[in-house]
Write a protein that binds this ligand. Structure first.
Ligand code: EPS
Length: 383
């Protein structure tokens, strides 16, 4: 299952096309819109989210609520486009004084204009904007619908905003969904949510922005998805790449991640047990559900760090690209904090990687064949 996105932040719309989607998956616009709405939420978002009310219009690949095996195209209109028709016009001449010439440290701005030869940072920032992640979430909703039919569920929560961190969680899969969805920051711990909100208020007051840490999980996975045999198809490598592709993500851990470097081997690995009822199982999950580039049947746990958004209302030093004089970096309307949104985007990225890995393992262009192959596999490994 591959996807591509197109669209600029203030252009007419975002588009995604998802290919390799098997026939026979139950999929509605409500599935897509549910996740689009979750991506828009979060304390600390900027003014853009009150302009947009994202809706995924499916223009190909679905009939009567089921995929038909053709590519799925989804269009998300940008409501803000009506305010940008001149600056984002496809034709005609650019009006004087509308160029952006003061690149923001931390954004794609400077390297982007250097590599493309543009004299207008807007040519770069429009596509580098995290608005594009709405299209990824729409594509991810297709992958989630596929995985749901196979009993795989994806979830996420926010563990830290800035230096405010929630108490450690033994088993992320045990967290109640409602406690995450009801939090304004996707943080299941109520008191921590309030401290996080206060930190965001203080950052806004100071013209600052804040990053944080989120966790994404997948449950219901069969063991043996992914491979040890080819480097590029190791599932941990693919997941890390997919999560790192989200704007502002600077680090990804699987399972206990960096902490594993500090413990001895006997404390790092998850002992193997077997019973008639449960088959092979573990009592710990330091590996985060992945061993040797494959799922091991335990909960898949991915943790990622998002840096603070580079657009600052109290801007950092920059250099004007016309004059090379020292200036303040440009200010654009932006978010103070978008960690909860990034967590929802990471769910989509994880779903897309897992969906492709399931298709690799069980083949087929029809859901009915994939489920039959999965069932035959489960019966074989239970013997
Ligand atoms: C975003 C839309 C953007 C930004 C933000 C995320 O909209 P606008 O630029 O019109 O305010 O709020 O983009 C960035 C964080 C970024 O670095 O570009 C969205 O829909 O998520």
């Amino acid at each position: 299952m591959q996807h591509i996105t197109a669209g600029e932040s203030h252009g007419p719309c975002l588009t995604t096309i998802v290919t390799g989607v098997p026939a026979g998956i139950s999929l509605t616009c409500a599935d897509i819109d549910h996740d689009l709405a979750r991506r828009q939420r979060g304390y600390g978002r900027g003014g853009r989210q009150s302009i947009e009310s994202d809706h995924g219009r499916v223009t190909s690949g679905v009939r009567f609520g089921r995929t038909i095996g053709s590519p799925i195209a989804i269009v998300i209109e940008n409501c803000d486009w009506s305010n940008w028709t001149e600056i984002m016009s496809h034709s005609g001449e650019k009006s004087a004084g509308t160029r952006v010439t003061q690149p923001r440290p931390g954004h794609a701005d400077l390297a982007g204009i250097l590599k493309t030869g543009s004299d207008d940072v807007r040519d770069v920032l429009e596509r580098a904007s995290a608005r594009e992640t709405a299209a990824r979430v729409a594509a991810g909703a297709v992958a989630k619908a596929f995985l749901r039919e196979l009993g795989v569920q994806i979830a996420s929560y926010v563990q830290a905003i800035g230096s405010v961190t929630m108490p450690a969680v033994e088993d992320p899969a045990s967290l109640a969904e409602a406690s995450i969805e009801e939090s304004e920051l996707r943080c299941p711990d109520g008191p921590t949510t309030e401290l996080m909100k206060a930190a965001i208020d203080a950052a806004r007051e100071a013209g600052e922005s804040l990053g944080g840490v989120f966790v994404v999980t997948a449950t219901g996975l069969v063991p043996g998805i992914g491979t040890y045999a080819e480097a590029a198809r190791r599932l941990d490598a693919q997941i890390a790449a997919a999560i790192m592709s989200i704007p502002a993500i600077k680090a990804v851990e699987i399972g206990d991640g960096f902490a594993l470097a500090a413990v001895v081997g006997s404390k790092a690995h998850d002992e193997i047990h077997y019973s008639q009822e449960r088959g092979y199982h573990r009592y710990t999950n330091h590996a985060g559900g992945l061993e040797g580039g494959m799922t091991n049947g335990e909960t898949l746990v991915v943790r990622a760090a998002m840096k603070p958004i580079p657009t600052l209302m109290r801007p950092l030093a920059s250099v004007d690209i016309d004059t090379h004089e020292a200036v303040d970096a440009s200010r654009e309307r932006s978010d103070v904090c978008a960690v909860p949104a990034a967590a929802v985007v990471a769910e989509a990225e994880l779903a897309l990687v897992l969906a492709q890995a399931y298709v690799d393992k069980f083949g087929g262009d029809a859901m009915v064949d994939i489920i039959a192959a999965r069932d035959a596999y489960l019966a074989r490994i239970a013997r």
